[in-house]
Design a protein. Structure first.
Length: 48
C-alpha cells in the first residue's frame, strides 16, 4: 500500500493574522463543531 498524505484545514481562528492567506473565519468558533462533523462525514463517505 502506498503512503498518502492529507492536509485538512480547520478554518477557525480567534483572530486573523496579518500574514495569513488561508481561508479562515475569525471569531466564529461556534461553527467549528458542525464543520468538523461535516468533514468527518465526508471522509467516511469517500473511504467507503
Amino acid at each position: 500500500m502506498r503512503a498518502l498524505g492529507v492536509y485538512l484545514h480547520i478554518p477557525f481562528c480567534r483572530s486573523k493574522c496579518r500574514y495569513c492567506d488561508f481561508t479562515s473565519f475569525a471569531g466564529q468558533e461556534e461553527l467549528m463543531a458542525s464543520y468538523v462533523a461535516a468533514l468527518i462525514k465526508e471522509i467516511k463517505l469517500q473511504s467507503a
